[in-house]
Design a protein around this ligand. Structure first.
Ligand SMILES: [Zn+2]
Ligand SMILES: [Zn+2]
Length: 185
């Protein structure tokens, strides 16, 4: 199972450690225990899609999640809601096949079909597209030209540098002139 992590709270050192692989503590000889699973955001979108048949990412998620909560079937009976089979096995714990590691029982197909239809009715593809467009306008991607300085800005920078050089030259001339006028006297 990707993203599994293990934890050991040591009775000798009184410290708690988390790692992504199981280990045996050298201080007390105890084995670290399976503590759960972390998945990346993208992984969790895919898991959501596999489980619900609804896209994991998009403006419809809040609406879909609300409906799914109403038909939540409770913890998975195969893994008692832990998402893993035999989490304390010596080898890596196996992700529960019945619930795809989610720890929840599968949705009743009729309930799920109803929710899918409701989400589709509320968020038809045209509305999803329009919303994505709106979001991308509000939060322009990083490749937008704002990331690189504009030609106008660069030009004004050149002018500033030239002015600075002029000022320094002027100052030098003044100093030299000043020094020269004093030396004969
Ligand atoms: Zn220990
Ligand atoms: Zn399960």
């Amino acid at each position: 199972m990707s993203g599994a992590y293990f934890q050991h709270t040591c009775p000798v050192t009184h410290t708690s450690t988390q790692r992504i692989a199981r280990w045996v503590c050298k201080k007390c000889g105890q084995r670290a225990l399976f503590a759960g699973c972390r998945s990346s955001m993208v992984e969790s979108w895919w898991a959501y899609r596999r489980r619900t048949g609804i896209a994991g990412f998009g403006p419809h998620r809040g609406f879909a999640d609300q409906l799914l909560k109403e038909i939540d079937p409770g913890p998975c009976p195969a893994c008692a809601g832990r998402g893993a089979i035999d989490p304390d096995a010596d080898d890596y714990p196996l992700s529960c096949q019945s619930c795809d590691g989610s720890g929840r029982a599968p949705y009743a197909p009729a309930d799920l079909a109803r929710v899918q239809a409701q989400v589709h009715a509320e968020w038809p593809p045209e509305r999803m597209k329009a919303e994505r467009q709106r979001m991308s306008e509000r939060f322009p991607p990083r490749s937008a030209p704002t990331a690189t300085p504009s030609a106008k800005f660069v030009a004004s920078l050149h002018v500033l540098v030239l002015l600075a050089v002029f000022a320094v030259l002027l100052l030098l001339l003044l100093l030299v002139g000043h020094g020269a006028s004093h030396s004969p006297g």
